[in-house]
Design a protein. Structure first.
Length: 239
């Protein structure tokens, strides 16, 4: 039985930055604003480089492009409300193309009534709006939950079909202090294997095909060698 992980007291913003660094994040794209400054304070301390575009949509598209080129999760950071919605177009494209992009945004305070009372950057239902665009959108409710939410996002984005994820951190939690694990290791993604019966059925279809052709999508990006061998054995063109 392993010993419980040691905890440390830190702010929510710094907990988020440390969780990103624990998952190998080296660079993020975003625009600092009133609501997310505590997160930005943590990025430098965690050794994460920040690049600022002119618009949040550019930040999310840059994170998308980074993921396509490197095969790693791209990360963008925004403030709340309209800033997140500015990134939604790029996140929708990431969803369509199965690209793992994590958007970490500030959100309304935990106790905010959400009745349109004029809070800066207030949105009616930001989590619901993003949930309709990305793989899933999650709003954390405590400082201790922040590293867990980041770990769950990475586990989901690196298992099966990758999709973008949005994690919203209420702005009061970004500045609040709480106890979090001093070292939050990434959640290991389970290894997936194809159904043997489905493989046999596919092999039978290919064996009887007169003129097979291969249309290789993004899911084949990590299987270049098996794809080449299959194409050569079948004598099939590849698109």
């Amino acid at each position: 039985m392993s010993a419980p992980a040691a905890t440390a007291t830190t702010t929510g913003g710094r907990a988020a930055a440390r969780a990103l660094a624990a998952h190998g994040v080296e660079v993020v794209w975003g625009i600092p604003g009133t609501h997310n400054l505590e997160l930005y304070a943590g990025l430098g301390e965690a050794g994460i480089r920040h690049l600022s575009p002119r618009h949040e949509q550019g930040a999310a598209f840059a994170a998308d492009g980074y993921s396509r080129v490197t095969g790693r999760v791209g990360v963008c950071v925004t403030t709340s409300g309209p800033a997140v919605l500015n990134a939604a177009t790029a996140l929708a494209q990431s969803w369509s193309d199965s690209i793992p992009v994590l958007c970490v945004s500030a959100g309304m305070p935990l106790g905010h009534p959400g009745l349109g009372n004029g809070e800066l950057h207030e949105a009616k239902d930001l989590r619901g709006a993003l949930d309709a665009v990305v793989g899933y959108s999650h709003r954390v409710t405590s400082v201790a939950e922040i590293p867990v939410a980041i770990a769950q996002a990475f586990a989901r984005m690196t298992t099966g079909r990758p999709r973008p994820v949005h994690v919203e951190i209420p702005l009061d939690l970004l500045a609040a202090e709480g106890e979090v694990p001093s070292a939050a290791p990434p959640v290991a993604a389970p290894a997936l294997s194809p159904d043997p019966a489905a493989l046999d059925a596919a092999a039978a279809l290919l064996a009887d095909a007169a003129r097979p052709a291969i249309l290789a999508g993004g899911g084949a990006s990590g299987a270049a060698e098996p794809l080449r061998r299959t194409a050569e054995r079948l004598g099939a063109p590849v698109v």
